[in-house]
Design a protein around this ligand. Structure first.
Ligand code: ITT
Length: 197
């Protein structure tokens, strides 16, 4: 069976990725299988740049095909922030709770019609000795005025998926992946992996 290393330290993300790649007939390895590896700094200004940087670093270290996800939330009223800084919006090492609290503070008093946002996800796949290939997924929604739901991770309790009128944190993992930025990107990644691996 072909091996693929998932280049992420985010356990919640890894669970979503593994669930969707389970049909892909791959032996999935995680960074826990490579304890000496240190993730490079995510200092690119685009999701694509950071995703490629992470996948290349892992593939170079392991000598194996690697896949990385760089993702985040772009809020219309904030001119696209926090964007590539989503994981460290409230500061380096900030928790999901701190990031969500800052988002609610920055949107305090902003009416629902102006609280539009989108989640973006770029997935980069790197095979040893080959150039990176990328796919992306986008999901539009709206930022809630209070956190709702206990599922998911990150900004899920604040991200209302309009078609359902509930937040990602109120959906099951399967329901979220059917419509989410990561689900869309992963289905494209699966097709790409079938072609190139
Ligand atoms: P890795 O780089 O190790 O993969 P990370 O959490 O630092 O882990 P990113 O740099 O891609 O990953 O940052 C993504 C952040 O965007 C993540 O920490 C969340 O705050 C947010 N995010 C991305 N996808 C999300 C989702 O499906 N639901 C909620 N928040 C999400």
């Amino acid at each position: 069976m072909k091996k693929l290393v998932l280049a992420t330290n985010n356990q919640a993300k890894a669970i979503e990725i593994m669930a969707l790649l389970s049909n892909c007939k791959l032996q999935l390895l995680s960074l826990q299988d490579f304890p000496g590896f240190k993730m490079p700094e995510e200092d690119c200004t685009t999701f694509t740049g950071n995703a490629i940087k992470k996948a290349v670093a892992v593939s170079n270290f392991t000598g194996l095909p690697a896949m990385a996800d760089d993702s985040g939330l772009e809020v219309d009223f904030l001119g696209g922030r926090p964007g590539v800084h989503s994981a460290r919006y409230a500061g380096i090492g900030s928790s999901d709770g701190e990031n969500n609290a800052l988002l609610l503070k920055e949107l305090d008093g902003v009416p629902p019609a102006k609280r539009g946002a989108c989640f973006k996800c770029v997935i980069a796949i790197v095979l040893p000795g080959s150039a990176a290939k990328t796919v992306e997924g986008i999901c539009r929604g709206r930022i809630a005025e209070v956190a709702q739901g206990k599922g998911g991770f990150g900004y899920d309790p604040l991200f209302i998926y309009e078609e359902e009128g509930i937040t990602f944190a109120q959906m099951t993992g399967t329901a979220k992946s059917k419509v989410s930025h990561r689900g869309i990107a992963l289905r494209k990644a699966c097709n790409l992996l079938k072609e190139i691996l």
